[in-house]
Design a protein around this ligand. Structure first.
Ligand code: CA
Length: 243
């Protein structure tokens, strides 16, 4: 069932085959069920500053750096860039608002998927646009032993952020692998665009309220309705990737 997606990808890039060595995971909406809290925090804090960003739209911006999201909305309303001070202030408030929610839970199926990834000898790499210290700390707590500190790309590492391929290219570099030696697991359209632009086989897991077609339109090579579905299909996918 996965062979067609894989052969289309190989043909497009002119790779003879995939040699899976690393799996690049996004964090919010993939490892943690944190997106409803993010969308809520974004909406509330932006509104406080007279900036209009609905919870639904927040899902479409998911994966961008906070600074970039703030500036896009500011530009749209005022036709000029937001000042660095305003951006910093709003992002700090947004982080505070996010942290006032209960701790986000692990996405169902995420821990089991990571265990299967590790058992297959594949290196898990974290590639997130998040700069939330709290959630990054929680990563160590909720996914013990999964992510080596040297195998993490966060908002602190990147200049452009998703949808630019930069974060995923950096993830490849940190893992010491080539594009055809990795997969990306993403839940947001912008994240999918970044993975695809980096030339990596990109798997979308639709864990939010968006139509799955949005993820396919963004270029996803495969689409699963949940992390649990990816987990349940992991062995079959791995076998297909090895062919
Ligand atoms: Ca995400």
């Amino acid at each position: 069932m996965f062979e067609k997606s894989i052969s289309d990808y190989l043909q497009k890039h002119g790779y003879p085959h995939l040699q899976l060595k690393a799996a690049l995971f996004d964090m919010d909406g993939v490892l943690f069920n944190s997106m409803p809290y993010h969308a809520d925090a974004w909406h509330k804090v932006m509104e406080r500053h007279g900036l209009h960003l609905s919870r639904e739209e927040a899902y479409l911006h998911e994966g961008r750096t906070g600074a970039s999201t703030i500036n896009i909305v500011y530009q749209r309303q005022f036709g000029k860039d937001a000042s660095p001070e305003l951006i910093e202030g709003i992002y700090a408030e947004k982080s505070k608002e996010f942290n006032s929610h209960p701790e986000p839970e692990r996405m169902p199926g995420a821990w089991e998927t990571l265990q299967k990834v590790k058992a297959a000898g594949i290196t898990p790499v974290l590639v997130t646009g998040s700069g939330q210290h709290s959630l990054l700390d929680r990563l160590t707590h909720n996914f013990p032993g999964m992510f080596d500190r040297s195998h993490m790309v966060t908002a602190f590492d990147v200049k452009y952020g998703k949808p630019n391929p930069e974060p995923y290219l950096m993830g490849l570099e940190k893992a010491g692998v080539q594009a055809h030696e990795a997969i990306v697991v993403e839940n947001a359209p912008i994240g999918v665009q970044a993975g695809v632009a980096a030339g990596i086989f990109t798997i979308a897991v639709n864990t939010g309220p968006l139509d799955g077609q949005v993820l396919l339109d963004a270029g996803a090579n495969l689409l699963f309705p949940s992390m649990q579905a990816l987990c349940d299909n992991w062995q079959e996918l791995l076998d297909a990737l090895k062919k």
